[in-house]
Design a protein around this ligand. Structure first.
Ligand code: GLU
Length: 298
C-alpha cells in the first residue's frame, strides 16, 4: 500500500498576536509540506475561551497571508467541537483512568512543597500533582460535583502507562524527523509520560485540555507530520500515551528550534515581544521576517 499523502498543520492559539517564533513555525511547516507535496492546514486552538479573542484570530490569518502562506479550507476551530473532545474523555473515563480533583492551585502548591524540598515539577515547571484527591471516596466526589464545586479531571498516570504498555506491547515511543530532513530518516525515542504526573485533561468549565484536543484533532484531520517548536517536545510524551489509549494513529514528530531573543530567552506574547503586526507597521518586509526568524531564504 502506498503511503498516505503528507498532512501538516500550524495550530496557533489566538490569545495574542503572532511573533517571530510563530512566523518561523508557520513558514517551517508550510515549506516542509511543500517539500513533501503534502497538505498544509491551519487549526485554531481556542479551547481556552478566557484568553482567545476573535481579533487575534483575524490577525493570524492576515499575518499568514502576508507571509505568503496559503492553506486548505476549512479551518478547524477547536471551540466549535467540544462534544467531540468529550467523547474521548468519556473513553478514558470508561477505562477508569480519569478522576476529579477539587484542589485549588494554592492547595496543590502547599502540598507539593510539604512533600519534597525542592518540590518536584513537571517539564513545564508546574508542581507535580501531589495526589491530594486521588483516593477520595466516590460518594464524596459525587457530592462535591453535585454541590457545584469546581474541579479538574486528571489522568491517573500510573494506571494509564500500565494500560498503554499492555496495549502497545512495549514501552511508549515516538518517531521524529530532524528539522533538517525534509522527509526521511526517522529516529525513535522513548516517551517519558511519568514525568508529567497526573495531568489535567479537562475542567468542569472546559471539557478538554490542549493535550486531549490536539491528539483528537491530529487524528481526525489525518495529520501525518506534527511540526512544532522544541518547547512542545516533552508534551509529545503525553500525546503518544493518549494516542495509544484512544487507538489513534501515530504521526511522525518534528520539533524545530525556537527563535530566541538576544538574552537567549524564548519569545513570548507575555514578555511583550514584538508582534508581526508591529514589525509590519515599522515597514519590515516578508524577507526581513524570514531573516529575523533565522530561516533560510526561499
Ligand atoms: N496551540 C499550540 C501553541 O500555540 C501549538 C500546538 C501544537 O502544535 O501541538 O503553542
Amino acid at each position: 500500500m502506498s503511503d498516505p499523502m503528507p498532512v501538516l498543520r500550524f495550530a496557533p492559539s489566538p490569545n495574542g498576536y503572532l511573533h517571530l517564533g510563530h512566523a518561523y513555525s508557520a513558514l517551517f511547516t508550510w515549506r516542509t509540506a511543500e517539500a513533501m507535496n503534502g497538505q498544509f492546514l491551519i487549526r485554531i486552538e481556542d479551547i481556552d475561551t478566557s484568553r482567545a479573542r476573535v481579533e487575534y484570530e483575524a490577525a493570524i490569518f492576515d499575518d499568514l497571508a502576508w507571509l505568503g502562506i496559503s492553506w486548505e479550507q476549512a479551518v478547524r476551530r477547536q471551540s466549535e467541537h467540544l462534544a467531540f473532545y468529550s467523547d474521548y474523555l468519556g473513553q478514558l473515563s470508561a477505562l477508569g483512568l480519569i478522576y476529579p480533583c477539587f484542589a485549588t492551585r494554592r492547595e496543590i502548591a502547599i502540598a507539593a512543597k510539604a512533600r519534597s524540598t525542592p518540590p518536584s515539577r513537571d517539564p513545564d515547571g508546574a508542581y507535580l500533582y501531589p495526589g491530594l484527591h486521588k483516593n477520595m471516596p466516590d460518594e464524596e466526589r459525587q457530592a462535591r460535583i453535585a454541590s457545584g464545586q469546581s474541579y479538574a479531571l486528571r489522568l491517573d498516570m500510573e494506571k494509564a502507562i500500565a494500560r498503554a504498555n499492555a496495549m502497545n506491547g512495549g514501552p511508549i515511543c515516538f518517531r521524529s524527523l530532524s528539522p533538517d530532513d525534509k522527509g526521511l530518516p526517522v529516529s525513535t525515542s522513548t516517551a517519558r509520560p511519568e514525568r508529567w504526573g497526573d495531568v489535567v485533561l479537562a475542567r468542569k468549565e472546559t471539557p478538554a485540555s490542549y493535550h486531549l484536543a490536539v491528539v483528537a484533532d491530529d487524528a481526525l484531520q489525518g495529520v501525518t507530520h506534527v511540526t512544532r517548536g522544541a518547547d512542545l517536545l516533552a508534551a509529545t510524551d503525553i500525546h503518544r500515551l493518549l494516542q495509544i489509549l484512544l487507538n489513534l494513529p501515530e504521526p511522525v514528530y518534528c520539533h524545530h528550534p525556537l527563535v530566541l531573543d538576544e538574552t537567549g530567552r524564548k519569545l513570548s506574547k507575555s514578555h511583550g515581544d514584538k508582534s508581526l503586526q508591529s514589525l509590519r507597521a515599522e515597514g519590515r518586509t516578508r524577507e526581513d521576517i524570514v531573516r529575523l526568524a533565522g530561516l533560510p531564504r526561499d
